[in-house]
Design a protein around this ligand. Structure first.
Ligand SMILES: CC/C=C\CC/C=C/CC(=O)SCCNC(=O)CCNC(=O)[C@H](O)C(C)(C)COP(=O)(O)OP(=O)(O)OC[C@H]1O[C@@H](n2cnc3c(N)ncnc32)[C@H](O)[C@@H]1OP(=O)(O)O
Length: 361
């Protein structure tokens, strides 16, 4: 949600993960579908298609990383760049996030990015993931998720960082945070995001059980705001967007995400001259731990200690895709400095542990 009309992300992304990308075509521009009579031009990258409508100030952003929109490093990076581009363009006030892949909104983290990869790659990947979460969660744009497919784990987190969620009414399109079923400990910021949306008790149950909710239940628990027939997801998302954008900006800035999602002292929100800092810069000041990401390779016993109880191999084999199981899973933890400032729901990635899994025979 817009903080104030003048607030845009002039700042470069915190961790600039795209600098590490090779062979990716970015910023390609082409005429918008349907003629683009208002001068708006479609742009995007290999994995993110952006259809801007300058007249309404709304862009539709489509994830297209087939078959399942797994959040690869490239997709994470391209999403961050596309969002930044729109945030820096004063024409746009809202973005509808949706999928270009049939039946799947987003499958969450690309498990192949963290299985059998070296710690340096994992660290780079986690940084990109953090960056996208910050970009969406603290965005100055109104974000509406038009969820037109399955939405587990990281996909659900993206949806939860939007201001509003519209889900297609298809029982196969389940949404939720199923991390525990993969042997992943949900970091507390993820837990807090859940709690902020569906409340404490519902989160406690859903997170521990790794529940994935079908549409009716997702609506009932408050995980999504609307459930509509599949062919109405886009139009409903646009109606919701209109409702959010109808709020005058000076008013909405009082109750935007910065209001709800952080409680930063004024000196972190403003520079010495009293100018409001870009949200990403303010977040970095509030959370220096973001810059101190550490990745450690742990022995299985240590990981088991961190996890409390190591998930059994059988359990993991039952839930993990076969392709992923063919590789060893990195036993690691991404940890933050304990002395970091406490802002309950913005503390990031204190520990995210992956269980050890031996190579498939
Ligand atoms: C901004 C993000 C911020 C925070 C993130 C916080 C942390 C989040 C943790 C995670 O996200 S962990 C990832 C958890 N994801 C899942 O549990 C999803 C698992 N996948 C599925 O449930 C299904 O694949 C699907 C419902 C998404 C799609 O079903 P379907 O259309 O039937 O396709 P397949 O199951 O046949 O899958 C096709 C293909 O894709 C591979 N695959 C599936 N999920 C992943 C994945 N997450 N990463 C990598 N690869 C994945 C699957 O193995 C198939 O591969 P083949 O080689 O066998 O074709």
């Amino acid at each position: 949600m817009a903080l104030a009309s003048g607030v845009r992300f002039a700042e470069r992304a915190l961790l600039r993960p795209w600098a590490l990308l090779r062979g990716t075509t970015l910023g390609r521009t082409e005429p918008a579908a349907g003629g683009g009579g208002d001068g708006a031009r479609r742009f995007g990258s290999q994995r993110v298609l952006v259809e801007p409508d300058a007249a309404s100030g709304v862009a539709v952003m489509k994830l297209r990383n087939p078959p399942i929109n797994a959040l690869s490093l490239e997709l994470l990076t391209e999403l961050v760049i596309s969002l930044e581009k729109l945030e820096n363009d004063k024409t746009f006030r809202g973005v509808i996030l949706t999928s270009d892949c049939p039946r799947v909104f987003c499958a969450g983290l690309d498990l192949t990015e963290i299985c059998g990869r070296n710690p340096a790659h994992c660290a780079e990947y986690w940084k990109a993931m953090q960056e996208l979460w910050l970009r969406t969660y603290l965005s100055s744009l109104v974000l509406v998720a038009a969820i037109n497919g399955a939405c587990p784990a990281g996909g659900c987190i993206i949806a939860l960082s939007c201001d509003c969620r519209v889900l297609a009414d298809n029982p196969k399109y389940r949404i939720g945070l199923n991390e525990t079923l993969l042997g992943i400990i949900a970091p507390f910021w993820l837990k807090d995001t859940y709690v902020n949306t569906i409340g404490h008790r519902a989160s406690e149950q859903a997170l521990q059980l790794g529940s994935l909710f079908p549409p009716a239940e997702a609506l009932q628990v408050g995980l999504v705001d609307q459930v509509v027939p599949e062919d109405q997801v886009q139009s409903t998302a646009l109606s919701e967007m209109a409702r959010w954008l109808a709020v005058p900006e000076p008013g909405s800035s009082q109750v935007g995400p910065i209001f709800f999602r952080s409680r930063a002292p004024a000196d972190q929100e403003h520079d010495a001259k009293g100018h409001r800092r870009p949200p990403a810069e303010a977040a970095r000041r509030r959370h220096p731990e973001l810059c101190q990401l550490r990745l450690q390779r742990l022995h299985p016993e240590v990981a088991a200690g961190v996890l409390g109880e190591a998930p059994t191999e059988e359990r993991l084999r039952a839930v993990l895709p076969a392709r992923v199981l063919a590789k060893p899973i990195l036993v690691g933890t991404v940890a933050l400095e304990d002395s970091s400032p406490v802002f309950a729901h913005l503390k990031l990635l204190r520990a995210l542990c992956f269980a050890h899994l031996p190579r498939r025979p």
